[in-house]
Ligand binder design. Sequence first.
Ligand code: 13P
Ligand code: SF4
Length: 342
Amino acid sequence: MVTVTAAAPTVTGDERTLTPAQYEEWAAEVRRLADERGAVVLAHNYQVPEIQDVAHHTGDSLYLSRVAAQTDAREIVFCGVHFMAETAKILSPEKTVLLPDHDAGCSLADSITAEQLREWKAEHPGAVVVSYVNTTAAVKAETDVCCTSSNAADVVRSIPEDREILFCPDQFLGAHVKRVTGRENIRIWAGECHVHAGISPSDVRSQIAAHPDAEILVHPECGCTTSVLDLVSNGDLPAERTRVLSTGGMAEAAAATRAGQVLVATEVGILHQLRALNSGTQFIPMNDRAACRYMKMITPEKLLRTLQTGQGAIEVPDDVAARARRAVEAMIAIGEPGRGGE
Ligand code: 13P
Ligand code: SF4
């Protein structure tokens, strides 16, 4: 018997499900319903293009946390994954926070539980716990200070040198923070995001060989971060063309660059944002299969339904929220209110 294996479809990061006419009609209704409800629509940079375009604010995790903390809107409709909507609820407990699909989870947030963190803390009494925002509210409640990819190094630098640090859950971001801060007394949890871990050193080698003059933007959650920086230290990649950044930092770099080509190592949804910011540069995914199925669970149809029904409210128990809030607010107080990274 002959079996034929279909090639995986190429993901461009710019896939749309609505025609331009459908988009106009849908977007007008989304904005009308949002106004009627007193809602602000927030979208992460990995959302599908229509949702990035219709949102009142689109950006990285830190930027969206800041907007959620400061908005005057009665309601926040969060187009992103569960931990992001939960963080908005923690910061604005008096507001209704709606998530269009509660199954939009995160493999990184799933890589540590509150119980595991409590056990880890018990093994290292006195250590300061730094958790990435890609964690559940229960993990944040066990945390001293949260961080995102754009402020993780600043958060670690804010901790006295003599204190031991437990960093969780992302091993690649942890390794990067250790490298840029030079901190030795930092222990790193072995968690990872399945999408970013899958962007490998071999993807980097083949894409650099195919695009030798391209600039390179790498998200620190990527499995290839260390090997890219090793290529820089060996002199195989020019340092001025290679940067490790949050998705918001990538957007800033994309708007400013004059390069002909930029290789982008992160979830492919960001490419829509980068291309919208700079049409003179070609933005190429380092790995075109790096799509987050959780982020793509938020569809135009589900966003509209959420605004029509008001269903999908996120709840966080008061005691958990109060403890988690200290860690998130401690993070928000550190560093400049930018959309960038290190
Ligand atoms: P940032 O947008 O903060 O860089 O985070 C990336 C991410 O993986 C969110 O899920
Ligand atoms: Fe989580 Fe990775 Fe998806 Fe980001 S890309 S939401 S870290 S699974």
